[in-house]
Design a binder for this molecule. Sequence first.
Ligand code: GTP
Ligand code: SPV
Ligand code: MN
Length: 604
Amino acid sequence: MISFQELNQWVDKMAELCQPKDIHFMDGSEEENQRFLDQLVAEKKALLLNPQKRPNSYAFFSDPSDVARVENRTFIASLHKDDAGPTNNWMDPKELKETMTELYKGSMKGRTMYVIPFMMGPFGSPLSKIGIQITDSLYVVVNMRIMTRVGRDVMKELERIGSFVPCLHSVGYPLNDGVEDVSWPSAPIEHKFISHFPEEKLIWSYGSGYGGNALLGKKCLALRIATVIAKEEMWMAEHMLILKLTNPEGISKYILGAFPSACGKTNLSMLVPTLPGWKVETIGDDIAWIWMKDDGRLYAINPEAGFFGVARGTSYRTNPNAMMAIRKNTIFTNVAITDDLDVWWEDIDGPTPDHLMDWKKEDWTPSKGTLAAHPNCRFSVSAKQSPVIAKEWEDPQGVLISAILVGGRRPSTIPLIHEAFNWSHGVFMGSMMGSEITAASISNDYGKVRRDPFAMLPFIGYHLGDYLKHWLDMGKLSNDSLLPKIYYVNWFRKDDSGSYLWPGFGHNSRVLKWIFERCDGKAQANVTPIGNVPTEESIDIRGLPMKAEALSELLYIDNKKWLEEVESIKVYYETIGNKLPNQLKLELQKLEQRLLYEMEKENK
Ligand code: GTP
Ligand code: SPV
Ligand code: MN
């Protein structure tokens, strides 16, 4: 049991190190929040949007060097290098702490140090965890209030839960004598560190104010540190949406979906089905904590309280529920601003305005030829504002999971959907997932396909091989008839001219319907070497704006291409090293044999 004394001691120690001008313990109240927002506007760090168009909403513009997660500056500082595995940056924890302590020394000079008590997970849930974030960024404070549960009530839960994860954050821009503040303080890339100490369950972040680098409850706690705790305690922390799907008869099932960053979780979690009578409601759009109950089934909660969603591409056409959620009380980051002080981004509804202020706060006209909004521009909004938030979204006991989707952006090879034969085959599918790199992280390789197992590549707090073994071990706690069915989906397959074959968005409900019916043992499938693939008749395409040939192309399995995929997975598996579970190597062998057998049959 931690004591409040311990909490105070830690805060005092960090204040001694960072030397802020004062300390503010956040109470989470409305009045406090309004004071903070007013201050941000007065300091010209936030722009108050037109209250007639976007009530109580604010826009922030980051430094152009601080626009997304920085994976090459993200560290898993386990005691032993091997525990971080081949996919994480590792540093010796002692050395890393020494380096960062030097940076933190006086890093909050001239600034207030805010202490944010926050909780990941609903009140009263057996899985919920408390974090205490120290930060010198008010932008972080007002965002954490939307994205997590904060303040006084959380301090009460601390008594029940008994421990907290300390999260230290500084933007790394001290206001030493004579130094003027800037609208988005941050530190140069070589001073940025997003550090995790898995044995201590400790997070230290320095130098960035953006998204997952700075809102430490999200990727740092609810994923990287939570994966470590989850392995110890036999549960799972995953980069997954949670949706509730209801059929025309009023029967509901809950589905998880693991897609990499900027690959469609938010969109799928709140989609408007194009099939009459079907309904999708949201439990969560980014993170799921999953555990097995005594009945041998998996249940999930959403640890977050808001959506930090990709704004670009969001429109009434693609995601009307998100558009309705962000009509008020929303924080926007790196969007463009119209002349009447509303927000704008590429592919939002309506014609492109003749004039905007772009995300770099510069004049913009269409002839400029640049993007007016940053491709990783985001909205932060409370989940409660979604018109389709499910009534049970805060149920501390979670929701029963029927199916798990995995997927990503694959322009070729991977069909619209295929179903795993069993849990172990499903874990294999998750392990070999690949996707084109998006703007959600800073990279030189946008568009290149990289393997991103279960969409967790940047978010696993330990060795990837052990992580995959944990998936298999979770399955062993129960049996296949009780576990969720696993599906691989790909909304992003392209034709020869490079256009998407599948219209996506609301039309993804047609795939969800097939999954729903499969879970009831109904919809038809062909057994193929890669898994069960829908028969063309079993996908409901009534009213689908697509040529009939496109569906066969979307469901087509090119055995030769798949054998190339097998070779590529072999190379990839080599990089995981000897912690890769044998069971997955066996799944790969079996896939290869099935493909070879099928090709032989075809040749006869
Ligand atoms: P993170 O918040 O980064 O984890 O992303 P996410 O997985 O929630 O992605 P999101 O739903 O925000 O989608 C990102 C981008 O993918 C947006 O620009 C969407 O317009 C686009 N997108 C989402 N669903 C589809 C789809 O079904 N088809 C196509 N073509 N694009 C989609
Ligand atoms: C992601 O990149 O997967 C996100 C955005 O959800 S961030 O919180 O910045 O990590
Ligand atoms: Mn995400």
